[in-house]
Write a protein that binds this ligand. Structure first.
Ligand code: APR
Length: 236
């Protein structure tokens, strides 16, 4: 019998217990930096060095953090289910925990690409360069001669992989949402594409802004919530 499909949408909350701060909790990244300045295409054109330094700092932090039990539990779902992770996170903790099918909606911190390259839904990943945890500086050029920039989807830019994500969510038997405030579109609207009969589980210690009869809110941090999710699956 074909295995059930689970789509797992994650946000910063799944990495919180690894020590990576979220964006909108008290003391979060956007309390300390203005996203329009450090995470928008306008910000890039105004001050490339500021953004290169901001992402160099975040990339270097990634060297010192590890996947947590929630990342590992999401990867372990693959033993019994056909799993696709759709993450808003730019860290590589799902990869390092062993998940094998991951869609990074907002890019990847460990990668850079030419500032002037062809970037659309058919984006040729060939232009993307994996630099691991290393910094990139003003003057570091891509093979096509343009400045290397973080492979991140900034505010004001398109989300080329959203069509693929919609396809995954609409084809899933179960939708699991872990650790996102559901405040940034189009990612926040993905739940609407869940198939009519597909249950939706949301793991978050805070209130969630959705009121839909298909939703089961597991009010817990990601590690504990994943244990409770597995229990609910066993009994469903
Ligand atoms: N376990 C689970 N959820 C948690 C935990 C935890 N330990 N700690 C916090 N959360 C929840 C918060 O309650 C909140 O709902 O995680 C969510 C974090 O929300 P945000 O900080 O807004 O992060 P996210 O939803 O991923 O942001 C989306 O915004 O700035 C952009 O591109 C950025 O991808 C990011 C997008």
């Amino acid at each position: 019998m074909a295995r059930k499909k689970i789509a797992v949408l994650t946000g910063a909350g799944v990495s919180a217990e690894s020590g990576i701060g979220t964006f909108r909790d008290n003391g979060g990244l956007w309390d300390r930096y203005d996203p329009q300045v450090v995470a928008s295409i306008q910000g890039w054109y105004q001050d490339r060095k500021l953004l290169l330094d901001f992402y160099n700092m975040r990339r270097a932090q990634l060297r010192d953090v590890r996947p947590n039990a929630a990342h590992r539990a999401i990867a372990a779902l693959e033993e019994d289910y056909d799993v696709t992770v759709i993450t808003q996170n730019v860290d590589n903790l799902h990869e390092r925990a062993g998940s094998s099918r991951i869609i990074h909606l907002h890019g990847e911190l460990t990668k850079v690409r030419p500032e002037y390259g062809v970037y659309d839904e058919t984006f040729s990943e060939a232009e993307v360069i994996d630099i691991g945890f290393e910094p990139v500086h003003l003057g570091d050029k891509a093979p096509n001669g343009s400045q290397l920039r973080p492979h991140i989807v900034w505010f004001g830019e398109a989300v080329p992989k959203i069509e693929k994500a919609v396809e995954v969510v609409s084809g899933a038997d179960i939708l699991l949402i872990v650790g996102t405030s559901l405040s940034v579109y189009p990612a926040a609207g993905l739940y609407r594409y869940a198939a009519p009969g597909a249950p939706i589980y949301i793991i978050d210690p805070q209130d969630v802004p959705l009121h839909d009869s298909r939703i089961t809110h597991i009010r817990a941090v990601a590690t504990e919530g994943m244990d409770r999710f597995r229990e609910l699956l066993k009994n469903s």
